[in-house]
Design a protein around this ligand. Structure first.
Ligand code: PEP
Ligand code: MN
Length: 358
């Protein structure tokens, strides 16, 4: 499908990278919204964000202030001159947001996975000219992401952007949502004129990773950043660990290195981030393998078996080095890696068994 898109940059917003959207995860009180907005605007940020309907993993938590927050956002616009943006997840959200003069809407990650929900939003948007950002679905499915973008496009909207906010995974990992940078890179290859923003806050899940992720997004030529910013992050009613103060936001933005790279170095950044993604996967696979090793340790103990079984060890090494050869890798290299992995598995098994004994 050939997407004929128009710019999402609103008048008065500098089109240079990165376009920044900042504001709290959730609008909590009028005071919190206004205090955060003033601090953000005083440093030249032009687009404010705040969730007023919050998709929470479990019921019973803070699910947003609802339509009352729209009035607070109107006040932000009036008093600071910033544009405002919110998440919409239903047709009612769309109508209420448009009526309140919200300038940019976004489709959240939990909504983007559901074609019925996205279609409902697209239908509600028919005939309305408003920029819409589509976050990636929670699972790393590029077709689903493009499908959501296409539904909005087919409803007649032309000012569309994408937001990369990482992908959930079962394994233990350093991120709240694993970046899998190869997915947004593929999205750009498939729809080259689609602006892509990065949401480092939801990828990181914690403050100290936000800078590095933002820099990586800039090195990959992302067009903008969506960063959760709160006047008092530690007391935030949602996503407290990943929100930063307006001061921290400005420090972060001023320390970003924006390289206007020519083609070869852009390609290099893409390749490096592919490598980073692969390394992340290797690490989480190793973590899973060690967990299973621990379970084997327990099984062997329960069945009175010795931990080290040399025939099995020999088989693994032989099998894998043969396989390496057929995959065009140096068998000696894989032999070394398998030895190291096996050694560590034995250590983990012994530790599990010892811990049980003591
Ligand atoms: C948000 O931006 O506050 C949010 C809920 O994000 P996501 O849809 O990416 O989880
Ligand atoms: Mn959030």
């Amino acid at each position: 499908m050939d997407f004929q898109l128009e710019s999402i940059v609103l008048s008065g917003v500098d089109p240079v990278r990165p376009v920044v959207i900042a504001g709290p995860c959730s609008a909590e009180t009028e005071e919190q919204v206004i205090a955060t907005a003033r601090a953000i605007a005083s440093n030249g940020i032009k687009i404010f964000r705040a969730g007023i309907w919050k998709p929470r993993t479990k019921p019973g938590g803070f699910e947003g202030v609802g339509a009352e927050g729209l009035g607070w956002l109107k006040r932000v616009k009036r008093e600071t001159g910033m544009y405002t943006s919110i998440e919409v997840a239903t047709r009612e959200h769309v109508f209420a947001a448009i009526k309140a003069g919200i300038d940019i809407l976004w489709v959240g990650a939990r909504t983007a996975v559901n074609p019925f929900a996205v279609q409902e939003i697209a239908d509600a948007l028919k005939g309305i000219d408003v920029p819409v950002l589509v976050k990636n679905p929670v699972n790393p499915d590029i077709e689903l992401w493009i499908g959501a973008i296409e539904r909005i496009y087919r409803a007649g909207l032309r000012r569309i952007g994408a937001v990369h906010r990482g992908f959930s995974s079962y394994e233990n990992k350093g991120y709240r949502n694993t970046p899998h940078w190869q997915v947004p890179i593929e999205l750009r290859r498939r729809i080259p004129n689609l602006p892509i923003l990065c949401d480092p806050s939801h990828i990181a899940g914690k403050r100290d990773l936000i800078h590095a992720i933002s820099q990586q997004a800039m090195d990959l030529k992302f067009d903008g950043l969506l960063i959760e910013t709160h006047c008092s992050p530690d007391t935030a009613w949602s996503d407290a660990k990943q929100q930063i103060t307006p001061d921290q936001l400005f420090q972060l933005l001023s320390s970003l290195v924006i390289r206007d790279m020519d083609r070869p170095s852009k390609d290099l950044a893409e390749l490096r981030s592919k490598i980073d993604g692969i390394d992340d996967q290797l690490l989480s696979l190793l973590a899973t393998r060690m967990q299973v090793a621990g379970e084997i340790g327990l099984y062997k103990k329960a069945n009175n078996m010795p931990i080290l079984q040399t025939t099995r060890y020999g088989q693994i090494i032989e099998q894998k080095s043969k396989m390496a050869k057929s995959m065009n890798m140096d068998p000696e290299f894989i032999r070394e890696i398998m030895k190291a992995i096996h050694e560590e598995s034995v250590r983990v098994q012994m530790k599990v068994v010892n811990d049980l004994d003591t």
